[in-house]
Design a protein around this ligand. Structure first.
Ligand code: FEO
Length: 169
C-alpha cells in the first residue's frame, strides 16, 4: 500500500481516539450539570469513536501495515452553556468528514480501491453523525430553553443504548 495512505490511516486512529476523548469531556460536563441523558448520549458517542479507531486499526492489521499509536491530545474545548458541546460536536463531525474525504481522495488518486471500499462505510457514517449532531442543536433551540422541554430531551437521550458498528473486519 501507498505509504501516504498508510500514514493517513494510522493518523485517523489517533483522530478517532481524540474524538472519543472529546465526547467523554462533554459527557463529564453534562454529568456535572446533572443532565444525565446528555451525558449518556456522549458516553455512547465516545464508545462509537473508540470503535471507529479500532476499525482503522484492524484494517491496517489486515493489510499487514505497522500500526503506531501516538499520544492522544487533551480535549481543549470550553463549555459554558448547555448548547456549547452540541455546537462543538457538530463542528467536530464536519472536521472528521473532511479527514475521511481526504483519505478517500488520496486512495482514489492511488487507485487503492480496497481502501475506498473500506472508507465507504465511514462516508455513510459521517452523514449520519452530522445529521444527528445538527438535530441535537435544532431540538435544543426549539425545546431546550424551557425547563420542562429540557427535562424531556434529557430523558430521551437517557434512553440511547450502545450498538456495535455494522461494519466488521
Ligand atoms: Fe468517528 Fe464521529 O466520527
Amino acid at each position: 500500500m501507498n505509504e501516504k495512505i498508510a500514514a493517513l490511516l494510522n493518523d485517523q486512529i489517533n483522530k478517532e481516539f481524540y474524538s472519543a476523548y472529546l465526547y467523554l469531556d462533554m459527557a463529564n460536563y453534562y454529568d456535572e450539570l446533572d443532565l444525565d441523558g446528555y451525558a449518556n448520549y456522549y458516553m455512547i458517542q465516545a464508545q462509537e469513536e473508540r470503535d471507529h479507531a479500532l476499525l482503522f486499526m484492524k484494517y491496517m492489521q489486515n493489510n499487514g501495515l505497522k500500526v503506531t499509536l501516538e499520544a492522544i491530545a487533551k480535549p481543549d474545548k470550553e463549555f459554558n452553556a448547555v448548547l456549547d458541546p452540541l455546537v462543538i460536536a457538530a463542528e467536530h463531525e464536519r472536521y472528521v468528514t473532511a479527514l475521511i474525504n481526504n483519505i478517500y481522495h488520496e486512495a482514489h488518486q492511488a487507485k487503492d480501491y480496497r481502501t475506498m471500499k473500506f472508507l465507504d462505510w465511514f462516508v455513510d457514517e459521517q452523514m449520519e453523525e452530522e445529521e444527528n449532531a445538527d438535530k441535537m442543536i435544532s431540538r435544543y433551540k426549539l425545546f431546550g430553553q424551557d425547563p420542562k422541554g429540557l427535562y424531556l430531551l434529557d430523558q430521551e437521550y437517557a434512553a440511547r443504548v450502545y450498538t456495535a458498528p455494522s461494519l466488521t473486519l
